[in-house]
Design a protein around this ligand. Structure first.
Ligand code: GLN
Length: 534
């Protein structure tokens, strides 16, 4: 295939039906059939990117290799397909408008009235086709955020309508809806699906395939009814039943023949099964653990399961690599104090201190690290978690009373974590952190060298503060060493404590690189250390 096929995934009835997982599963199945795929997310909000959003809004902010701050769905895309995404894979309304307004100011539209149609819709179509025009992909899957009928998503649906018209058979629309079960009536209801398809039709878009999210199996009658009312073939009504794990979804979609249906729509016949050996092995290990281990995840967004999405998924990947079940115990760092520390961290075999910004809950993180250090519990600190480990060591081992990061206390006598030099000149907050992939050199003979089994690594970053190198000698003499350094500007990227079975803090985010096909070695070895401790 030289000209790519565009597959749009829209959502109806409610949000949170799992469009991201369905999109990633479609990509996985097509990839497993040997096609080159990429997935993109269009977000209808006006923020230029989700970088400045509170995790309470849309969950974690995912960071790509090229330093884009993106929607967490891109994390699923990478974890499922093991293919890297980039800024081009996440476009928001803010970004679209920013680009159109910049063009207008430059004079590109001289003489024209700049309007939603065609200027905004052209920009949307351009962004979608940017990936396809690279000539690298057979399929570009575009997930449209929000729910059809939202005012914000109208220009996107209009862009889909235009692309279908322009590309005819190179464009497919898959609509994900809800088929609720009414227990009082004892039956599944198709009406919400009919209505959401009607809404799509009002915008001139007829879906080709309808994926029905449901708690109960769809019987033949329900499938027939949806087909009849929504103008699709019965084979194009696909059931997406609630699954034990998101990693079941590609296999469930395979048994519903979603991939076959997609290929049939573009006149490609299939005679063989997709290659899912690694995936199935992963699922088998996930479902047949040989034991269990408790990992405490210490953070301030514990009531929100999406806030630490990539970390949670990385622990799941590490659990299968160790053939063990990882119980993730979320601990609210704000509630931790000297007197309840023992109880809060009781029965925990490994302590992971989460990334974050600002003061809330930070003292609880520092206390947990002290507990891990003193009781020789395996510890992994990520970004702010690593910075807290440096603060804790400064205060309690080096005797630096009141040591802190200048993010929290600008006037601390011991600024062991400080703003990076090039951050000092920055004024705006959007997209101005140290972002994306940077190289790091590991010291031989250290824990991390043993973990990665190589000297040069690359990991993704998202921070403004850093280990203050003025204190490096004092730390190293006292036993906390810098085992990973950025070769160009000498920034400390990894610290570890020599006299501890497993104590590692990383300034970067390893969780962004862990996938089903390649669980991240830091998580794998951290979980292994927790098993050994147990
Ligand atoms: N707030 C810290 C910084 O900006 C840590 C950021 C993070 O944990 N991602 O450096």
């Amino acid at each position: 295939m030289h000209k790519p096929i565009y597959i749009f995934v829209t959502g109806g009835v409610t949000s949170s039906l799992g469009k991201g997982i369905i999109s990633a599963s479609i990509a996985k199945l097509l990839q497993a059939r040997g096609y080159a795929v990429t997935i993109q997310k269009l977000d209808p909000y006006i923020n230029v990117d989700p970088g400045t959003l509170n995790p309470y809004e849309h969950g974690e902010c995912y960071v790509t290799e090229d330093g884009a701050e993106t929607d967490l769905d891109l994390g699923y895309y990478e974890r499922f397909t093991n293919i890297k995404t980039s800024q081009a894979n996440n476009v928001t309304t803010g970004r679209i408008y920013q680009s159109v307004i910049n063009k207008e100011r430059r004079g590109d539209y001289l003489g024209e009235t700049v309007q939603v149609i065609p200027h905004i819709t052209d920009e949307i179509k351009y962004s979608v086709q940017l990936l396809g025009n690279k000539g690298e992909f057979d399929f570009v899957i575009t997930e449209i955020g929000g729910t059809v009928g939202d005012i914000e998503s109208l220009p996107y649906i209009e862009a889909v309508r235009q692309m279908r018209w322009e590309l005819t058979n190179r464009c497919l629309v898959i609509h994900l809806t809800l088929v609720p079960y009414l227990s009082a009536a004892g039956e599944l209801k198709t009406k919400p699906t009919q209505h959401s398809v009607k809404l799509l039709l009002e915008s001139g878009v007829q879906p080709d395939i309808i994926v029905c999210r449901t708690e109960r199996h769809l019987n033949d009658n329900i499938r027939k009814k949806i087909a009849l009312f929504c103008n699709v073939e019965k084979t194009s009504v696909i059931e997406s039943i609630d699954a034990d794990t998101i990693y079941d979804v590609p296999v469930l979609m395979l048994s519903e023949k979603l991939d076959v249906e997609i290929l049939r729509k573009i006149n490609i016949s299939v005679d063989k099964e997709p290659e899912l050996k690694v995936w199935r092995e992963f699922l088998y290990k996930l479902k047949n653990p040989k034991g269990e281990v408790n990992i405490g995840l210490i953070g301030k967004y514990v009531e929100l399961k999406d806030a630490y999405k990539s970390i949670v998924e990385s622990l799941i990947h590490a659990s299968t690599a160790n053939e063990i079940k990882v119980n993730i115990i979320m601990v609210q760092s704000e509630h931790i104090n000297e007197s309840n520390l023992n109880i809060k961290l009781e029965n925990i075999d490994g302590i992971l201190v989460a990334p974050g910004f600002g003061e809330r809950g930070i003292e609880g993180k520092i206390l947990s690290i002290k507990f891990a250090r003193e009781n020789k519990i395996p510890f992994l600190g990520i970004c702010l978690g690593m910075q807290c480990a440096v603060v804790e060591f400064g205060r309690n081992v080096l005797g630096y009373k009141g040591a802190y990061s200048t993010e929290i206390n600008e006037n601390t006598k011991y600024p062991v974590i400080d703003l990076m030099e090039d951050q000092k000149k920055i004024s705006g907050l959007g997209g101005t952190m140290r972002l994306g992939s940077y190289p790091c050199d590991l010291k031989k003979g250290t824990k991390v060298y043993e973990v990665y089994q190589k000297q040069h690594i690359k990991e993704r970053h998202r921070h403004r503060y850093e280990f203050n190198n003025n204190y490096l000698d004092k730390y190293q003499d006292a036993g906390m060493i810098a085992s990973g350094i950025n070769p160009k500007d000498n920034l400390v990227e990894i610290i570890e404590i020599k006299e501890h079975p497993w104590f590692v803090g990383v300034q970067f985010h390893p969780e962004y690189q862990s996938t089903v096909a390649k669980p991240h070695p830091l998580f794998v070895r951290f979980v292994e250390a927790a098993i050994m401790k147990k």
